[in-house]
Design a binder for this molecule. Structure first.
Ligand code: ATP
Ligand code: MG
Length: 423
């Protein structure tokens, strides 16, 4: 029996890794240009960290966590998201002491969900968190930054911003009372899941995907009517800043997000090009989370991007440029007893052209067989070295992707010749 991977945990194969690198490169570049710095923290944390922050009546904690006891009997979990670990690391290392921070991270997250397109058990997120800034200026900047990112990746026309305000804790407590009394009056129209949540976490019902629950909710009380003065003002300022920056958005009063720690601004970037898994990026403000993890009160706001979904969207929109590939530039064909010379030429080229992908044929074989490999590799050039060329200190150059006659050049002119080709 062959050993198989775990369901929902995919391998990223060499044919795809250039796409990942392309996206990761652009993400890192944009974040850096806004002053963010990378933080790396463990994939495994004490389960308590997630139980305390994400909320006990959320999909993640109720049914998606990979938790286990290790050899010491400690209860550990694979991280289902990055914010909790980022907050933990920032508190523990004193990053939040009298200073603000703009941080980003990237890596795998783990949730035991039903695998399908855009939904995996090991998936990857790029996340960013800002600490120590109350907003609304930074809330808007985050949205402007993500919009820039979609522009850079060429998907701005297929992805839309939805935003909402969850208000402050006191606002939500007042709202929850009204919501529960409304929903209790219409208990018969709720599904089993929502009935359970009526007791445990009624706000979650707003998130229900069930159409009949959704239609009931259109008559339900609106959280926006319960926002206190300062939450309302905060939200207005965020939307005003988005207007000034000419960022389109929709206010979605149902948007609550799947985690408990949010307050005030929440948002999602959604697309209808990916079927049901349309949320590519989600985030919001979490002004109480640092305290919940045991730090001194500190404002926070952030977002995370689901990278599998982002790549699916770029594929769906054919937004990857042609240059995103893992094709070779140069293939060195070495026939006969010329290994040392071929190796020396390859090394010289790699010194002179650090960014070219150069493969030297290894393993011998006929000229014909080697040239076939050169062609298959996608390389633009084949450099040909046989025993005659070696004796004459020359090299053949075959242009594999152009209608152009083969050249024979002096080995001393190779760098100059290559410079002409690649200028
Ligand atoms: P969804 O509503 O799709 O379940 P979520 O609200 O659970 O998403 P978040 O916790 O906000 O997702 O995570 C941020 C982003 O990470 C999502 O918008 C999505 O792009 C991605 N994501 C979340 N869960 C998965 C998963 N199981 N597989 C792939 N990507 C995921
Ligand atoms: Mg989910």
């Amino acid at each position: 029996m062959k050993i198989q991977s775990i369901r929902g945990m995919n391998d990223i194969l060499p044919d795809d890794s250039a796409k990942w690198q392309y996206v990761e490169h652009h993400l890192a570049e944009i974040l850096s240009s806004y002053g963010y710095r990378e933080i790396r923290f463990p994939i495994l944390e004490q389960s308590e960290l997630f139980n305390r922050t994400i909320g006990s009546v959320t999909d993640i904690i109720e049914k998606e966590m990979y938790s286990f006891y290790d050899r010491n009997g400690d209860n550990l979990s694979l991280r289902p998201e990055g914010t909790a670990g980022c907050v933990r690391a920032s508190i523990q290392n004193g990053l939040l002491h009298n200073q603000s921070q703009r941080l980003w991270y990237i890596g795998p997250m783990f949730r035991h969900e039903r695998p399908q397109k855009g939904r995996l058990r090991q998936f990857h997120q790029l996340g960013a968190e800002v600490f120590g800034l109350p907003g609304p200026d930074i809330d808007a900047e985050i949205l402007i930054m993500t919009a820039r990112l979609w522009g850079l990746l060429g998907i701005e026309s297929t992805i839309n911003l939805q935003i909402n305000s969850l208000g402050d804790l006191e606002d939500r407590v007042r709202f929850r009372g009204e919501l529960v009394s409304f929903l209790s009056d219409h208990r018969d129209q709720l599904d089993d899941d929502s009935r359970l949540r009526l007791k445990s976490n009624p706000m979650r019902i707003l998130d229900s995907k069930n159409p009949s629950v959704q239609s009931l909710l259109s008559d339900a009380p609106n959280l926006s009517d319960f926002l206190g003065e300062s939450s309302r003002e905060h939200f207005d300022q965020v939307t005003n800043l988005l207007d000034s920056a000419k960022i389109d958005y929709q206010v979605n009063r149902r948007l609550v997000r799947g985690l408990d720690y949010y307050s005030r601004t929440v948002f999602e970037w959604v697309t209808d090009s990916l079927g049901a898994q349309g949320t590519v990026c989600g985030g919001g403000r979490f002004d109480r989370l640092v305290e919940q993890v045991g730090g001194k009160a500190c404002h926070g706001v952030g977002f995370s991007i689901g990278l599998e979904r982002l790549l699916l969207l770029l594929d769906a929109k054919s937004a990857f440029p042609d240059s995103v590939n893992d094709r070779l530039d140069v293939y060195i064909v070495a026939v006969g007893n010329v290994t040392a010379e071929a190796s020396a030429i390859a090394e010289t080229l790699r010194t002179a052209f650090r960014h070219l992908r150069i493969e030297r044929h290894c393993g011998g074989g006929t000229f014909k067989a080697q040239l076939k490999k050169a062609d298959k590799s996608g390389a633009r050039l084949a450099l040909i070295l046989g025993e005659d060329e070696c004796a004459n200190r020359t090299l053949g150059i075959k242009y594999l992707r152009e209608k152009r006659d083969q050249d024979t050049i002096d080995q001393n002119c190779l760098i100059e010749h290559m410079n002409n080709i690649y200028s």
